[in-house]
Design a protein around this ligand. Structure first.
Ligand code: SAM
Length: 249
């Protein structure tokens, strides 16, 4: 199976998908609180939210006194993040860029990458390039927390087809297993007879062993794993894989 080159540009746009659904926005304060409990940062510390999207976590981090930089390639989502920051009366530094080409150098005390904003590239070397960029962006000893979908759970619960009723539209997910990941096709069928939209994307599947190896290649040492933002241990039954890693030094 093939996916369009740079598929993310046609996928992460409001006309198709926005990660800041009302339910996701509601969960953000509790998720941010868990992240900050693990990062133990002092007030004013510099935090990078890599692939911040519409900024639902970034504003929570800023509300707690951190100097937050959010990076995303989507200008639409960054505009939404800026509006959210204005509404919450917090400051965010927002950077439009590609996660594979980070230009920061030892600027951050910590970095986060949340809600499976990783594993999008068909070339594994692009994932490593991204992680190396994160390592370079961190000060020595800096922490990196990632939240991605758990490969063990996905493999054990693989369903080639899944329909969801999303209220205004039906959402169909179709998956094809490949050696390193999955090809996913999402189809949105509006109930009012509007235009049917379909996008195909790739997601590389990471379990504890694979993400540890990838982080290690980039000079990031995994320290702890969890299976949820309530601190549940990581098991094959947990949908999420949350990992905390540290840059040597
Ligand atoms: C699943 S969303 C999560 C967004 C945000 N972290 C959240 O939890 O709401 C993935 C994000 O990754 C961004 N993204 C995708 N590919 C990217 C790339 N190559 N470089 C930078 N950002 C990218 C998308 O624009 C989107 O905002």
């Amino acid at each position: 199976m093939r996916v369009p080159h740079e598929w993310h540009k046609d996928f992460f746009k409001n006309s198709f998908y926005n990660p800041a659904s009302p339910a996701a926005v509601e969960q953000a304060p509790a998720e941010a609180a868990f992240v900050l409990k693990q990062l133990k940062l002092k007030k004013g510390a510099a935090l990078l939210d890599l692939c911040c999207g519409p900024g639902r976590h970034a504003v929570e981090f800023a509300k707690r006194g951190l100097a937050v930089t959010g990076l995303d390639f989507s200008r639409e989502y960054l505009e939404e993040a800026a509006a959210r920051a204005r509404k919450k009366k917090v400051k965010l530094r927002l950077v439009c860029g590609d996660m594979r080409r980070l230009k920061f150098d030892r600027e951050f005390d910590a970095a986060v990458n949340l809600f499976t904003s990783f594993g999008y590239f068909q070339k594994f070397s692009d994932d490593i390039r991204t992680l190396k960029g994160v390592a370079r962006a961190l000060r020595p000893g800096g922490l990196f927390l990632m939240d991605i979908i758990h490969g063990d759970f996905l493999r054990d619960n693989f369903r080639a087809k899944n329909w969801h009723d999303m209220g205004e539209y039906f959402h169909l997910e179709e998956r094809t297993d490949s050696r390193d990941g999955m090809f996913n096709t999402w189809t949105r069928v509006p109930k009012d007879g509007g235009e049917i939209q379909e996008r195909t994307f790739f997601s590389r599947i990471y379990d504890k062993k694979r993400i540890s190896a990838a982080l290690g290649k980039a000079g990031l040492k995994p320290l702890k794993f969890w299976g949820s933002f309530s601190g549940r241990p990581l098991t094959a039954k947990t949908v999420r894989l949350i990992v905390l890693a540290r840059k040597a030094g």
